[in-house]
Design a protein around this ligand. Structure first.
Ligand SMILES: Nc1nc2c(c(=O)[nH]1)N[C@H]1C(S)=C(S)[C@@H](COP(=O)(O)OP(=O)(O)OC[C@H]3O[C@@H](n4cnc5c(=O)[nH]c(N)nc54)[C@H](O)[C@@H]3O)O[C@H]1N2
Ligand SMILES: Nc1nc2c(c(=O)[nH]1)N[C@H]1C(S)=C(S)[C@@H](COP(=O)(O)OP(=O)(O)OC[C@H]3O[C@@H](n4cnc5c(=O)[nH]c(N)nc54)[C@H](O)[C@@H]3O)O[C@H]1N2
Ligand SMILES: [Mo]
Length: 764
C-alpha cells in the first residue's frame, strides 16, 4: 500500500533504465509470451507492423528498436496470454463488474468470441458471428438512420475506416464522430481556419533541419516518447528548446537514451528544455502574445535605429492578412495584463522571445494543452501568429506541429470518417457506389452525447474506443448509454462502455494489428497515416488471440452485407478477400492523396500525401495565412473567482487513454494510486490542507448540474497557483459536455472549473 506521505517520489530522467523497467514490468504483468519481444523488434519498420499506440511518425532510417516504452507497453498489453472468454461471464454479471477498475476490466485479457447481452441473466453470452450480424442488421434497420451513431476511435486502419464511413453513408447518415472530436478537432477546425490545413506542416526533413522547438502543452516523455530521440539529436547539434507547460514534465526536462549503451551505462542525461515556463492553465494566449510583443518591440526599435529587422516583413506582406491590427493590439496590451493572465514574468517572456529571434528555423509543437480549452482554437491561432512573425511556416526546418493521438486518428479523417458532409467527396461516392450519399452534416461527439442524454440517439456502433468512459459528463452518459436500442462494440478488450449495454447489445472481438489477418488472398496488409501525413503499410505476423476473432474490416463489411440491400457496386465479400481492392477505392476517391497506393504503401518512412500549407499555399477563406487578434487574453470560457481552480485532467505514464496499465506515474513520482489531487503548496495552505488530506472536487461550471469526485488525496506539487491536476478518465464526471472549444466543440478538459472541499465537509 502506498503511503501518500511519500508522494511525490523523486523521479528520474525520461528514457534510461526506468523505461526498460517499465517495459519489463508490463511484460510480466500482462502475461505476454516471450515471443512478444520479437513482435516489438518488427514494430514501426517497413515490412513490420505499425505500433497501435500513438501517431508519432515512423522514420525511413529506423533505429534497431523503433519503439518506445509506451509503444512496447501497448503491444505487450495486446499480446497478453490472458483471455476474457465466454466462461468469464458464467462467474460475473454486468452489474457486478461496475465496481471493477478500468485496469481490472482490461486485465481480464483479450476478448475471444462474439457476445450478445442477455438481460434476463445480466450477462453477455456467446453467439455465432452470423447470429450477431443478423441481429445487428435487424435492429439497425428498425432505427431511423439519423438516430444511429457510427463512432470510431483512431485505431482501425485506412481500409476498414473507409468501409466504415461508407457503411454509415449507405445507411443514410453522416453520423461519424471520432475520438479526435475530444482531441485534435481544434486542430482540424482551428488550424484549417488560419492556415488552410487541418493537419500539421512539419515532416522529417524539418525535424532534421530545425534549430529550435517551442513546446506548448504536449508531453513527449509520456505520450510520444520516440520524439525524445529527435529532441536529443537537436540538443546534440546545439539547438534550443523552450517549453510552456504548467507541469514540469520529466520528458521535457531530461532524457537518457535507452538506445545508447554508453548513455545507459553512465546515466548520461541530455537536458531537453533550455527554458521551462510554467504557464497557468489557459494562459497561453497571454504568454504567446507577450513573446510576440517582445519581438514587435525589438523590430520597432530596429526600424527606428536602422538596425536589423527581426520580423519577416516580406513573408507577412505576401502571405498573411490581419497583421496590422494584431501588432497594434500587441503594442497596446500592457505587460501587467500579460503577466497576470499567463502567470509568467515579463522578463521570462522576453527571454523566450530572444531564443525565438536567435533561430531561423523554429517548429511550434503542441498537444492537448492547447486544444482542450473553451478557446482552444484561439491558442492555435496565437501559435500561428507567433510562427508567422518570422516566416516559420512553409520553410524547411520550421512549421506547426500538432502531435496526434491514436495511431491512425488522422488517417481515418483523410478517408472519410467525418461528420461534416462538406469534407467528403460525395460525388465520388455517388459515382463509385451508385447511391445518393446523405448531404446533411452528422453528429459531432458533443451532439451525440447530448442526443444520447435527451434520447434522440438510439443506437451506437463503436469501431474501437471506450466512449462512455472517455467523454465528459460521464455519470449522465452511462445512464443514457444504457437506454439505447442498440450498442455494438468492436473491441479487443473488455472496457467500461461494455457495462452499459443497450437493449440489443453486442461485443464483437477483433484482431489486433500485430496479428495475422488471413483472408481469401492471403495475409492482409492494412495502412495507417501518421502525424506527419505519411502513409505506411502494416503486416501482422502473430497467431490471433483466438480463432474466432475477425478483422475490423471483415466485421464492418459483414455488418454492411447483413444490413444493406444488395448493390453490384458494393462488393463486401470481394473487399474482405482482398484489402488491395479497398485501397484502389481509396485511391479512386482521393486520387491526389493516394496515387499508386498499393505500390507505394511500403516505401520506407511511408509516402507523404502532401500538405499545401507547407508550400505556402493557403486554403483559407482569404487565400492567406490569417493572423488573429485575440478577443481575450486566456483560452478560458469563464472568469476568475475566489475558490475557483482550473483543473488539468492528466495522463499518467502508465496508461493509454482509458486503458490503465498500472499505477506508476514514475515521471511525476506518483506511485500506487491514481486518486490524487496535485496542488500548489500555497494553495493548499490557503485551504488549510496538508499532504494526504482527503478532498473532493466539485464542478464550478454554472449550469445547475451537480458534479463531484471525492476520495482524492492531496499532494503538494510544483504547479502554478490556481491550477490543479488530476487524472483522466476518472475526472470525466466533473466535466460538462457543453463546456467545449467554441469553434470545434473539443471538450475543455484542460481547464475544468472546480472548487475543492474536504471530503464530506464543505470548505468555508
Ligand atoms: N502513454 C500514452 N501515450 C499516449 C496517450 C496516452 O494516454 N498514454 N494518448 C494518446 C492520445 S489519444 C493523445 S491525443 C496524445 C496526447 O498527448 P498530449 O497532447 O501530450 O496530451 P496530455 O498528456 O493530455 O496533455 C499534454 C500536456 O499539456 C499540459 N497542459 C495542460 N494544460 C495546459 C495549458 O493550459 N497550457 C499548456 N501550455 N500546457 C497545458 C499538461 O501538463 C500536459 O503535459 O497522446 C497519445 N499517446
Ligand atoms: N478528461 C479528459 N477526457 C479525455 C481526454 C483528456 O485528456 N481528458 N482525452 C481525450 C482524447 S485525446 C481521446 S483521443 C479520447 C479517447 O477516447 P477513445 O478512443 O474512445 O478511448 P480509448 O481509451 O483509446 O479506447 C480504448 C479501447 O479501445 C479498444 N481497442 C484498443 N485497441 C483496439 C484495436 O486495435 N481495435 C479496436 N477495434 N479496438 C481497440 C479496447 O477495447 C480499449 O478498451 O478521450 C478523450 N477524453
Ligand atoms: Mo487523443
Amino acid at each position: 500500500m502506498t503511503d501518500i506521505k511519500d508522494l511525490p517520489k523523486k523521479s528520474g530522467p525520461s528514457g534510461g533504465w526506468g523505461s526498460m523497467k517499465g517495459i519489463k514490468r508490463i511484460h510480466a504483468e500482462s502475461h505476454a509470451d516471450p515471443a512478444a519481444f520479437d513482435t516489438l523488434r518488427r514494430q514501426n519498420k517497413p515490412g513490420g507492423f505499425m505500433c497501435s499506440s500513438c501517431a508519432f511518425p515512423k522514420p525511413a532510417n529506423y533505429k534497431p528498436f523503433e519503439f518506445c516504452e509506451n509503444g512496447a507497453k501497448a503491444t505487450l498489453w495486446e499480446q497478453t496470454r490472458d483471455r476474457c472468454t465466454p466462461e468469464f461471464w458464467e462467474h460475473h454479471t454486468v452489474e457486478s463488474l461496475k465496481d471493477w477498475t478500468d485496469h481490472e476490466l482490461e486485465s481480464t485479457g483479450r476478448l475471444t468470441a462474439p457476445m450478445r447481452y442477455d438481460a434476463a441473466t445480466d450477462r453477455y453470452v456467446e453467439v455465432t458471428w452470423d447470429e450477431a450480424f443478423q441481429g445487428i442488421a435487424a435492429t439497425l434497420n428498425r432505427l431511423p438512420a439519423d438516430d444511429v451513431v457510427f463512432y470510431s476511435s483512431g485505431h482501425a486502419g485506412l481500409e476498414a475506416s473507409y468501409l466504415y464511413a461508407l457503411l454509415a453513408r449507405l445507411h443514410g447518415t453522416n453520423n461519424l464522430p471520432q475520438s479526435s472530436n475530444m482531441c485534435h478537432e481544434t486542430t482540424s477546425v482551428g488550424l484549417k481556419k488560419v492556415i488552410g490545413s487541418p493537419v500539421g506542416t512539419v515532416i522529417w526533413d524539418d525535424i532534421d533541419a530545425t534549430d529550435c522547438y517551442f513546446f506548448f502543452g504536449q508531453n513527449p516523455g509520456t505520450n510520444s516518447p520516440r520524439f525524445l530521440h529527435w529532441l536529443k539529436e537537436l540538443k546534440d547539434r546545439g539547438g534550443k528548446i523552450v517549453t510552456f507547460n504548467p507541469v514540469r514534465e520529466q520528458g521535457l526536462i531530461s532524457f537518457v537514451n535507452p538506445q545508447s549503451p554508453v548513455d545507459m551505462a553512465t546515466g548520461r542525461e541530455t537536458v531537453i528544455s533550455d527554458q521551462y515556463h510554467q504557464v497557468r492553465a489557459g494562459g497561453d494566449v497571454a504568454a504567446i502574445l507577450g513573446m510576440c510583443k517582445a519581438v514587435i518591440e525589438v523590430d520597432d526599435e530596429a526600424a527606428r535605429t536602422g538596425g536589423e529587422l527581426v520580423i519577416d516583413h516580406d513573408f507577412i506582406a505576401e502571405h498573411t492578412t490581419g497583421f496590422d491590427t494584431f501588432i497594434d493590439f500587441a503594442r497596446r496590451t500592457h505587460w501587467s495584463d500579460i503577466e497576470h493572465h499567463s502567470g509568467l514574468a515579463e522578463a521570462d517572456l522576453r527571454a523566450a522571445a530572444a531564443v525565438y529571434m536567435e533561430h531561423d528555423r523554429v517548429i511550434g509543437v503542441y498537444g492537448m494543452g492547447l486544444t482542450q480549452h473553451a478557446h482552444g482554437a484561439l491558442n492555435i491561432a496565437m501559435l500561428v501568429n507567433f510562427l508567422c512573425l518570422r516566416g516559420n511556416i512553409g520553410k524547411t526546418g520550421a512549421g506547426v506541429c500538432p502531435i496526434r493521438g491514436h495511431s491512425n486518428v488522422q488517417g481515418q479523417r483523410t478517408v472519410g470518417i467525418a461528420e461534416k458532409a462538406g469534407l467528403v467527396p460525395m460525388d465520388k461516392l455517388r459515382e463509385l457506389f451508385g447511391f445518393e450519399p446523405p448531404q446533411e452534416d452528422g453528429t459531432h461527439i458533443v451532439d451525440a452525447v447530448e442526443g444520447l442524454i435527451d434520447g434522440r440517439i438510439k443506437g451506437f456502433v463503436s469501431l474501437g474506443g471506450n466512449l462512455a468512459r472517455a467523454v465528459p459528463d460521464q455519470k449522465r452518459m452511462e445512464a443514457a448509454w444504457a437506454r439505447q436500442e442498440l450498442t455494438v462494440m468492436i473491441s479487443t478488450k473488455l472496457n467500461r462502455s461494455h457495462l452499459f449495454p443497450g437493449r440489443d447489445a453486442y461485443i464483437l472481438p477483433c484482431l489486433s494489428r500485430a496479428e495475422i489477418d488471413e483472408q481469401a488472398t492471403g495475409n492482409q496488409v492494412i495502412t495507417v497515416e501518421d502525424s506527419f501525413s505519411h502513409i505506411h503499410g502494416s503486416t501482422g505476423k502473430r497467431t490471433p488471440a483466438s480463432p474466432k476473432l475477425k478483422s475490423e474490416l471483415e466485421i464492418v463489411a459483414r455488418i454492411g452485407k447483413a444490413s444493406l440491400p444488395p448493390n453490384p457496386k458494393v462488393r463486401w465479400d470481394d473487399w474482405i478477400g482482398d484489402y488491395g481492392l479497398v485501397r484502389d477505392l481509396i485511391e479512386a476517391t482521393y486520387p491526389d492523396d493516394f496515387r499508386d497506393f498499393n505500390e507505394r504503401m511500403f516505401e520506407p518512412g511511408g509516402f507523404w500525401r502532401g500538405v499545401p500549407a507547407r508550400d505556402r499555399i493557403w486554403k483559407t477563406e482569404s487565400g492567406k495565412a490569417e493572423i488573429t487578434t485575440p478577443p481575450q487574453l486566456t483560452s478560458l470560457g469563464y472568469g476568475e473567482k475566489d475558490g475557483r481552480y482550473r483543473l488539468i485532467t492528466m495522463r499518467s505514464n502508465d496508461q493509454f487513454n482509458t486503458t490503465i496499465y498500472g499505477y506508476s506515474d514514475r515521471f511525476r513520482g506518483i506511485e500506487g494510486t491514481r486518486d490524487v489531487l496535485l496542488m500548489n503548496q500555497m494553495d493548499m495552505a490557503e485551504l488549510n490542507l496538508i499532504k494526504g488530506d482527503k478532498v473532493a472536487m466539485v464542478s464550478d461550471y454554472d449550469d445547475g448540474e451537480d458534479r463531484r469526485l471525492g476520495g482524492l488525496s492531496v499532494i503538494p506539487f510544483d504547479l502554478p497557483r490556481g491550477t490543479v491536476g488530476s487524472y483522466y478518465p476518472e475526472c470525466n464526471v466533473l466535466i460538462a459536455i457543453s463546456h467545449h472549444d467554441e469553434l470545434s466543440k473539443t471538450p475543455a478538459s484542460k481547464s475544468v472549473p472546480v472548487r475543492i472541499e474536504r471530503d464530506g465537509l464543505a470548505q468555508s
